[in-house]
Design a protein around this ligand. Structure first.
Ligand code: SF4
Length: 630
């Protein structure tokens, strides 16, 4: 008998609140597992398929534990859903008040110190935006960017906010009325604190650097990581190092301004050296996005320029430290940048991957990240907390949860899997054509033609996912004349707008790339066909994938089996998860790659998916969907 039967079982108070409410055995089992972990301590890794109701399965035990529980999510969408939909339900279910707050990074709030300089610093072209923002600032009580009635340009927002590096901290004269500090205050004492993975891991990195004292988040010893499939990647990025050209230019300007405010001379010579050597280093970086810098490539860079930059940064820190609180914060930032340069350019190549990246505006940056975050997370997180729960709809692959546990450093965790509560074999089909072999070798005309056939068989209602925007556009061009239903393409409008249009027009089709593989929730008749244009293998020369593959092979494994396959299995499962969002949904997942049924590894990938009948003709797709309608 579940200990949460009164809250989530047959006689739950939700019965009178949620139309169609019925107790779900899977949800009760998961809640029991989570409640036991929170009470007795330890780590639980749980996969709960769509439809289990995992949010309430952790919110109810978390609230009833009487502890402060931090819940970390990958996406803003889930955070919003927890706050506005699931927490009110948890309150109804438990009859408890359940205090909750969202904590965001400092740069999400207006900084009162920066605001005073905004008129001097914001470029003239943004004057209109700035005056709209001033009107809002008169009214706002929270100073949160998300509350603005318009989306501000990054160039404007950057001048009104600060990250932890530039905040004056305890010595700030505006601290008593600071919006970011007030938001943190509101979270203190709450039972539930909601954050995103990036902030949680940034806080962890700061806590580690400062010997464990709380920095951003209130003290807590229970963590629930929802959307845990994304935690590894965010951890690698947060626990790594980064030095960027545009950030260094901003940093130099901030020093000039801060010295002027303190009526001191700026370290002009060192700032000039920083710029000259920075230009030398950054201009020597390769063209293109995410280019790996292995040992050989790193040696070709002008490392003397990096040495000169580090020396200049340290001299700047020495010179400005005593001028004012603001320059003291900037001195700390200079020291951190010098350390980051060292970490990036003298890495332990077995443990660290280094790459360069360029943004759309030509800004260039150097990055380094650990190739395995598991040991770091185990030492600094799982071993330190009383209880940790990692949960997601997509964690297990053909080998169950062992792969994700190894990657996240939770090998000793208890594990739990709740399969889909839907009758998947009845509600869905997997279409795999025999005549299309993927891997980038398939004839684009044949692939586009088959996508057209499938979309017509479904009467629209299709989400078509591509591995790249190039392939999306190529297929769209080929089908432009043929398809008679509205076709929406990623990039035409904001993601939320596209999804809304797709949801509203039941016959429409949405072409999208990897970024739509997660977080799309379209129950009902608007979505009856999900097409994956190919098996979602990662680009093999992506720096992180290449470095992890090398590491797997050094450890006696295989890059393909240990890195590529689990990666593809989870993405495949996420793509599949777009289809069945409720027990009345019906549909077909089409994977246009015969390797899913012809190759040995196809079995591993299929075993990552719920078991369902495989079909290989468009006629079967048509008749299955027609049956679903009747
Ligand atoms: S404490 Fe001061 S410097 Fe830091 S964000 Fe608040 S107002 Fe800005």
């Amino acid at each position: 008998m579940s200990r949460y039967k009164n809250e989530l079982g047959r006689s739950s108070p939700l019965k009178g609140v949620l139309p169609g409410f019925r107790a779900r055995d899977g949800q009760l089992r998961l809640a029991d597992q989570i409640g036991g972990t929170i009470d007795h301590g330890g780590v639980l890794v749980a996969e709960a398929a769509t439809g289990i109701g995992k949010s309430l399965a952790y919110l109810v035990p978390a609230a009833m534990s009487g502890r402060c529980v931090v819940i970390s999510t990958a996406t803003k969408a889930l955070q919003g859903q927890l706050l506005t939909e699931d927490l009110p339900l948890a309150r109804q279910a438990t009859g408890m008040e359940i205090t909750a707050a969202v904590v965001k990074g400092r740069s999400n709030y207006v900084c009162r110190v920066q605001r005073a300089f905004a008129h001097q610093r914001v470029p003239e072209e943004y004057a209109g935006q700035l005056s709209r923002m001033e009107e809002w600032l008169v009214r706002t009580r929270v100073g949160d960017r998300d509350e603005l009635p318009f989306v501000p340009s990054d160039d404007v927002w950057r001048e009104l906010s600060v990250g932890p590096d530039r905040c004056r901290g305890a010595r700030c004269a505006e601290r008593d009325s600071c919006y970011a500090e007030a938001a943190r205050e509101r979270a203190t004492g709450c039972q539930i604190v909601l954050v995103n993975h990036a902030l949680y891991l940034a806080d962890l990195a700061l806590r580690v650097a400062r010997g464990g004292e709380p920095v951003i988040l209130p003290e807590h010893d229970v963590l629930i990581v929802d959307e845990a499939h994304a935690f590894e990647q965010v951890a690698a990025e947060s626990l790594g190092a980064r030095v960027s050209g545009p950030a260094l230019a901003r940093f130099a300007r901030d020093i000039d301004d801060a010295c002027a405010s303190a009526t001191k001379l700026a370290p002009t010579a060192e700032l000039a050296l920083l710029q000259v050597h920075g230009d030398r280093l950054f201009s020597a970086l390769p063209e293109g996005r995410r280019v790996r810098l292995d040992e050989t490539r790193l040696k070709l860079l002008p490392l003397d320029a990096a040495d000169a930059m580090r020396a200049a940064l340290r001299t700047i820190a020495e010179q400005i430290r005593e001028y004012s609180d603001e320059t003291e914060a900037l001195a700390r930032q200079a020291e951190r940048q010098a350390l980051a340069l060292e970490a990036i350019l003298s890495p332990d190549h077995e443990e660290t991957v280094v790459w360069s990246d360029r943004d759309q505006r030509g800004g260039v940056e150097l990055r380094a990240a650990p190739t395995a975050v598991g040991p770091l997370l185990r030492e600094h997180l799982w071993d330190k907390l009383h209880a940790s729960v990692l949960v997601s709809a997509t964690l297990a692959d053909g080998d169950g949860l062992s792969g994700i546990c190894r990657r996240l450093g939770t090998e000793a965790a208890a594990t739990h899997i709740e399969d889909s509560p839907f009758d998947v074999a009845e509600q869905a089909r997997l279409y795999v054509p025999k005549d299309i072999i993927g891997g980038g070798k398939a004839d684009p005309d044949l692939v586009a033609d088959r996508i057209g056939d499938l979309i017509e068989a479904a009467g629209g209602r299709a989400l078509v996912l591509f591995p790249s925007l190039y392939r999306l556009q190529r297929t769209h061009e080929l089908l432009r004349e043929r398809l008679t239903m509205p076709v929406l393409c990623q990039g035409e409008a904001a993601r939320g707008v596209l999804l809304e249009r797709f949801r509203e027009d039941e016959t429409s089709v949405l072409f999208a790339s990897m970024t739509f593989w997660q977080g799309v929730d379209i129950p009902g008749r608007s979505l009856e066909l999900v097409v994956l244009e190919s098996l979602p293998f990662a680009v093999p020369n992506d720096p992180m994938i290449a470095a992890k593959s090398e590491r797997a092979e050094r450890d006696g494994g295989s890059g393909f089996r240990d890195v590529q396959l689990p990666h593809a299995a989870l993405l495949l499962k996420q793509g599949f998860g777009r289809l069945l969002r409720s027990e009345t949904d019906r549909g077909v997942v089409a994977v246009l790659d015969a390797r899913l049924v012809t190759r040995g590894y196809g079995t591993f990938l299929r075993e990552s998916l719920p078991s369902l009948p495989v079909i290989d003709s468009v006629d079967e797709v048509r008749s299955f969907l027609a049956r679903a309608v009747s």
